[in-house]
Design a protein around this ligand. Structure first.
Ligand code: GLY
Length: 558
C-alpha cells in the first residue's frame, strides 16, 4: 500500500470515528419536569459541571419543595439510571419501608373493616421515607458534584418561597380539614387560617433547615441526629409508630431493572417493588404479534385493553416487595407466557374480568411526579417520585418542615379491599415490618437503533397504561410532544371497564367497543403529567416535552 493510500485510509477511518463519536453523544441536554423551577434547577446544576445524576438530585429536591402535593423528602422514589460511560442500567429504589411496629391488621377496626382515615391521614399512614437516602446515594455513587451543591436550588426555594399556583391550591382546598388537624401543616398551607391565593409565596424555613442538615451531613442529617429525633417525636405524638431505629435502618437499594423488547426496541423499566415494569412488559409482549399501527382504531383499543386487563390481573395476584415474596418475574415477562395470554384474547369479544381468576387489586397514589433527563454525555434519568395521594398524610412533622407520606395505603390493608385508587391486592402486598408497598411508578427508558425515549408519569393505577400508550406512540414514530399530550384510556382488570379521557374516543369508537362487550366510562378530568425526553442518535439532537395538562411544567433543551 502506498503512503498516500494509507494516509487516505487513515483520514477516512478517523473521519468515520469522529462522526460516530459525535453522533454517539447528544449535542445538548434535555430536562422535562412538572415544575419550571425544578427544570431550571436541573439545568443550573448541569451548567455548574454536574451530570444528569446531579441534575436529578436538583430536580427531585426542588420538586420536593415546590410540588409537595406530589413528592417530597417525606416520601419515596424510583430513579432509573442509564450511565453512558459503561452502559450500566440500574434502578435506585428509594421506596418507603413499613416501620418495624407495622402489622397486617393495623388499619382494621374492631369489625375487621379498613379504617380509611387512619390508612390515609396523619402519621400512622406514613412509611419510613426513602427520598433523602436515594439522593445521597445518587451523589455518592453517580454524581460529579457534592450533594450540597445539587441541593442548593431546593434550599433557596424553601427559604425564599415559591408562588402558589392553581394545582397546589386545589390540593390545599381539598385537604383543608385534614391539614387543620395539625398546627405545623396549618402554618405552611393555611397561614392565618386561609388557603393561599395564586402568587402568594409559600415559604418553608424549617424545610430549608432540614435540607441544609442533609447538605452538610448527607443522609445522616435526616435519618439520625436532631432531625430524626424531631421526626419521631412529632410522629409519635400524633399516633404514629416510627422509631429512631426505623429511620437509621432505612436502606436504599440498587435493583436490576426489568428488561424487555418491543418491535426491536429495548425496554428498560422499573422492577419490583414497582408493578409497572412487569405489567408493561407483559402487555407489550402480548401486543407484539399484532400490527397495531395499521389496524382499525377500535380493534386496536380492544386488543390493548384486553392485554391491560390480563397484566393487571397478574399484578393483583403476584406482585409485592420482591424482598418478601417470590415474584415469578422471568415468567411474567417471558414471550411464551404472553403467547398463552394472547391465545385467550378474542378479537371479536371482550373477556369479562370475572372469568379470569384473580384478586382484582389496584395500585394507588395519583399525586406522584415524574421527570426525565438526558445530558450531553448520554447519561439518562427517568425518575418517578411520590408521597402517594395529594398532600400525602397532611401531616408536617413539627420543626422539620417534612410532610409525611401516606404510602402505607399502597399496601393492601385487607386482601380484596380496594385502596384509594380502587385497586385490590393479595397477600403478596400485605403489610409487614420493613416491607416496601407495591407501587405502580414506571420510570422507563426505551432504546431503539437510532433513537432513545425517556418517559414516565404520575397517575396512580393509570401510570402503567399511560406509560404504555407513550411507548406505543414512540414506536409509531411520533415525537415526544405527542406522547405526553395523547388522550388516554385505561383498563385495570377490576372494575371491568375501559376508562377514557374525554377526547380519547369518538362516539363511533365507543359504540364499536360496546358492541365487542366492553363497558366504556368517559372521564371529564385530565389524567397524568407526563414528562419525556428524546434523543435522535443519527443527528445528535434532543427534544424535551412536558404534558400540556400541567401549565406549571417546563421542558427545556440547553
Ligand atoms: N403511591 C403511588 C405509587 O407508588 O404507585
Amino acid at each position: 500500500m502506498t503512503t498516500t493510500l494509507k494516509n487516505t485510509l487513515l483520514f477516512f477511518l478517523l473521519t468515520i470515528g469522529c462522526s460516530l463519536q459525535a453522533a454517539e453523544k447528544p449535542q445538548k441536554a434535555a430536562i422535562a419536569s412538572a415544575h419550571f423551577m425544578a427544570t431550571e434547577a436541573g439545568h443550573r446544576i448541569l451548567a455548574q459541571g454536574g451530570n444528569a445524576f446531579d441534575a436529578a438530585i436538583a430536580v427531585s429536591s426542588t420538586l420536593a419543595v415546590v410540588e409537595q402535593h406530589s413528592s417530597g423528602i417525606g416520601g419515596g422514589a424510583f430513579w432509573l439510571l442509564h450511565r453512558a460511560s459503561d452502559g450500566k442500567n440500574v434502578m435506585i429504589d428509594g421506596r418507603e419501608m413499613a416501620p418495624s411496629k407495622a402489622h397486617k391488621d393495623m388499619y382494621l377496626d374492631e369489625k375487621g373493616e379498613v379504617n380509611r382515615d387512619l390508612a390515609l391521614h396523619g402519621p400512622l399512614s406514613a412509611a419510613i421515607p426513602g427520598e433523602i437516602a436515594g439522593l445521597d446515594h445518587l451523589a455518592q455513587h453517580y454524581g460529579k458534584l457534592p450533594l450540597s451543591a445539587s441541593l442548593q436550588p431546593a434550599i433557596e426555594a424553601a427559604e425564599n418561597g415559591f408562588p402558589a399556583y392553581a394545582r397546589i391550591i386545589r390540593h390545599i382546598e381539598r385537604k383543608k380539614k385534614i391539614l387543620q388537624r395539625y398546627p405545623a401543616s396549618m402554618a405552611i398551607y393555611l397561614p392565618n387560617g386561609k388557603v393561599p391565593e395564586v402568587g402568594d409565596l409559600i415559604i418553608q424555613k424549617d424545610l430549608a433547615k432540614t435540607l441544609k442538615a442533609v447538605a452538610k451531613k448527607g443522609r445522616k442529617g435526616f435519618y439520625e441526629g436532631k432531625v430524626a429525633k424531631k421526626l419521631v417525636k412529632a410522629n409519635n405524638a400524633d399516633g404514629g409508630i416510627w422509631t429512631l431505629e426505623d429511620l437509621k435502618n432505612y436502606k436504599v437499594l440498587e435493583r436490576e431493572p426489568i428488561y424487555s423488547e418491543y418491535n426491536g426496541k429495548k425496554l428498560i423499566t422499573a422492577s419490583p417493588p414497582s408493578s409497572g415494569g412487569i405489567a408493561i412488559a407483559t402487555i407489550l409482549n402480548i401486543l407484539s404479534a399484532w400490527d397495531l399501527n395499521s389496524m382499525d382504531v377500535s380493534k386496536r383499543v380492544h386488543l390493548i385493553a384486553e392485554a391491560m386487563r390480563r397484566a393487571y390481573r397478574d399484578r393483583s395476584i403476584y406482585l409485592g416487595d420482591s424482598d418478601y415474596v417470590d415474584i415469578p418475574s422471568k415468567l411474567l415477562t417471558h414471550p411464551y407466557y404472553a403467547e398463552g395470554l394472547r391465545a385467550s384474547i378474542s378479537e371479536i369479544q371482550a373477556t369479562p374480568s370475572a372469568i379470569l381468576p384473580g384478586i382484582g387489586e389496584s395500585p394507588k397514589g395519583t399525586d406522584t411526579t415524574h421527570f426525565s433527563i438526558i445530558d450531553t454525555e448520554g447519561n439518562m434519568v427517568s425518575a418517578t417520585l411520590t408521597v402517594n395521594t395529594g398532600l400525602a398524610s397532611g401531616f408536617i412533622a413539627a420543626g422539620t418542615g417534612v410532610l409525611l407520606n401516606n404510602e402505607m395505603d399502597d399496601f393492601s390493608a385487607k386482601p380484596g379491599e380496594p385502596n384509594a385508587y380502587g385497586l385490590v391486592g393479595d397477600q403478596a402486598n400485605a403489610i409487614e415490618p420493613g416491607k416496601r408497598p407495591l407501587s405502580s411508578m414506571s420510570p422507563t427508558i426505551v432504546i431503539g437503533d437510532d433513537e432513545v425515549a425517556v418517559l414516565g408519569t404520575p397517575g396512580g393505577s393509570r401510570i402503567i397504561t399511560m406509560v404504555l400508550l407513550g411507548i406505543l406512540d414512540f414506536d409509531a414514530g411520533n415525537p415526544p410532544a405527542s406522547w405526553v399530550a395523547l388522550p388516554r384510556f385505561h383498563h385495570q382488570y377490576l372494575p371491568d371497564k375501559i376508562y377514557a379521557e374525554k377526547d380519547a374516543f369518538t362516539p363511533e369508537m365507543i359504540a364499536a367497543l360496546e358492541k365487542l362487550g366492553h363497558t366504556v366510562q368517559v372521564h371529564n378530568g385530565k389524567w397524568g403529567n407526563m414528562h419525556a425526553v428524546h434523543w435522535d442518535k443519527k443527528t445528535g439532537t434532543v427534544q424535551a416535552a412536558s404534558d400540556p395538562r400541567n401549565p406549571m411544567a417546563k421542558a427545556e433543551v440547553k
